[in-house]
Design a binder for this molecule. Sequence first.
Ligand code: ZN
Length: 382
Amino acid sequence: MTARLVTGIGELTTWDAERPVLAGAAFVVEDGRIAWWGAAADAPDADERDDVGGAAVIPGFVDSHTHLVFAGDRSAEFEARMAGEPYRAGGIRTTVDATRAAADHELDAGVRRHLSEMHRQGTTTVEIKSGYGLTVHDEERALRIARRHTDETTYLGAHVVPSGSDVAEYVDLVTGPMLDACAPHARWVDVFCEKGAFDADAARAVLRAGIATGLAPRVHANQLGYGPGVQVACEVGAASADHCTYLTDADVDALASSGTVAGLLPGVEFSSRAPYPDARRLVDAGVTVALATDCNPGSSYTSSMPFVVALGVRELRLTPREALWSATAGGAASLRRDDVGHLRVGARADYAVLDAPSAVHLAYRPGVPLVRETVVGGRPVA
Ligand SMILES: [Zn+2]
C-alpha cells in the first residue's frame, strides 16, 4: 500500500467542523482515501510526494443533478429563447425523438464526452438521470448506459408525458412495467412535478411505486412556477427537491423541517433568462442547499460546476465559501453520501487542484479554467 503526501497546498478545504479551510496544508492519500491531513510542517513521511506549489485544493465537485443520456442539440431553441421566446416543458420531446433514434454506442459516447468535460472542471461524482426515452425499452437502455459510468443513477420515466399518450395510462406504465425494467439499474426515482408535466397525485404515485421497489425519491419541483412539488418531496422523504425557484414561506418551512435538500440549478435560469432561486433565503432558514448543473441539452447545457459556483455567488446571494460547500458537501448530502464532498480522514481521495491560491477565485474569476488537476479515488482523471 503506497502512501502519497500532497503538500505545498496554499489553501486546503476539508469541511472539517473546526478547521474547514486551512492554509499551508498537506494531506496523505492511502488506498484511495484521505489518511491524514493537517499543517504541512506536521506531515508524516510518505512513499511519494506531490508538491502543488501553493495551489488551493478543494473536495471534488458533486454534481447531484444531470441528464447526460441524450442525443441531439437544441441550440436553435436556445437562440430563439434569447430572442424572446419563453421556455416550455414540452421542448423535452425534441430530445426524446433524437435520443430514441440514437444507437447505444452513440449515447454512451455522449455520456463519456460530457463526463470528460466535467472531470476537466473538477467534478468527481455525478448523478445521471434517464428521461429522454419514455418507453420501457428506451428508459431501461438509458439507465443501463448511465450505470456504466456512475452508481448514482435516477429513473426519470416521469419526465414528461410523451406525445399522443394519456396521462393516467402513462403513469400506469411508469409505475408498472417501465419501473420493473428500470429499477435494477437505478438507485433513485424522480418525477417532474410541474404544470405541463405531472401533478401532485401523479407525482406521489410515481414516487411511492419507486420507493416500493427499493428506489429512493428525489423530485423536480417548483421550477417554472409555484406548485406542490416541494411539499410532495418533503412528504415522501425525498433526498432532494431540485430547482426550488418559486417557493412560498410554507415551502421553505417544509424544507427546513425535513431532511430534504434544496437542489438549486442556476444554469437553468441563466439559459432561460429567468429569475434565479434565492439561496440566501434558504440558507438563512436552515435549509441544506446543493448546487448542481442540471446538464441537459434544453434548459441548461453546461457541465461546469465552477460556472454554477460563480452563479451561486453572484446571482443566488451565497458567499464564495457557502457556494463551494453547496457544490461539494451539499451535493453529497443530496445524494446521501458521506464518503465524498469533503476531505476529512476516511473520505474518498476525490479532489481538485486549482491554478489559484484560494477557492474564492472560482467565483472571483468566472469563466477562467482554474482546475489544474482532478483526482478520483487517488488517481488523476484530468
Ligand atoms: Zn433536471
